[in-house]
Write a protein that binds this ligand. Structure first.
Ligand SMILES: Nc1ncnc2c1ncn2[C@@H]1O[C@H](COP(=O)(O)OP(=O)(O)O)[C@@H](O)[C@H]1O
Ligand SMILES: [Mg+2]
Length: 176
């Protein structure tokens, strides 16, 4: 099991990038009253056929094409262990949506404590891609949008500003 749920979010978002997405949306919802934690990653990449979807969820599938990760099967295992489920919606040319749901208070639920670092990693590793991030915690909402840009490496002052925006926003909603 991954030690923090944000690592799964990073992994799923990296799949979206690999699939050619130009827009990725990440939504996290923590609701302690309803005892549920959900996250959703939506992309406009190339999408998957039903057969590709089944393969992506199958930890034992291999062909000549070597699989480098176990991203989705590992996430499915974790959410099921934590009283929840995983939903994968995708169609060729129609993008992909992954929705994960876990019981907030489940004893085995990994923490979710590194979202600022996760969003930083995505935004600065893939500056050409538009990333939207919305994090709701017990009804309080933090939203962040980063437009894709071509060329021009990020300057340190910009990295510091994005980190500050993420940290203060997450702190305000009690997610940091
Ligand atoms: N967002 C996505 N869009 C299109 N295809 C995807 C997406 N996510 C996963 N896939 C497909 O599922 C496969 C398995 O994904 P994953 O378990 O993360 O392993 P890996 O990324 O190492 O191949 C990918 O290789 C890809 O073919
Ligand atoms: Mg992957």
């Amino acid at each position: 099991m991954m030690e923090d749920l944000s690592l799964h979010i990073l992994d799923i978002a990296e799949n979206a990038v690999t699939a050619g997405a130009t827009r990725v949306r990440i939504a996290v919802n923590e609701n302690e009253r309803r005892d549920v934690l959900t996250f959703r990653v939506t992309d406009n990449g190339r999408g998957m056929s039903d057969e590709e979807k089944a393969r992506a969820l199958d930890p034992f599938f291999t062909t000549g094409h070597k699989r480098t990760g176990l991203g989705l099967p590992l996430l499915a295992q974790t959410v099921e262990l934590c009283g929840g489920g995983l939903k994968l919606t995708s169609a060729p040319g129609g993008g992909t949506r992954v929705i994960a749901r876990l019981l907030y208070s489940h004893v085995d639920r990994p923490p979710l404590t590194r979202m600022a670092a996760t969003i930083m990693t995505l935004v600065f590793a893939h500056p050409e891609i538009e990333f939207g991030y919305r994090h709701t915690r017990n009804g309080l909402i933090f939203s962040f949008l980063r437009h894709g840009r071509r060329g021009g490496a990020s300057v340190p002052v910009e990295i510091v500003a994005v980190r500050a925006a993420l940290r203060s926003g997450l702190k305000r909603i009690g997610a940091l």
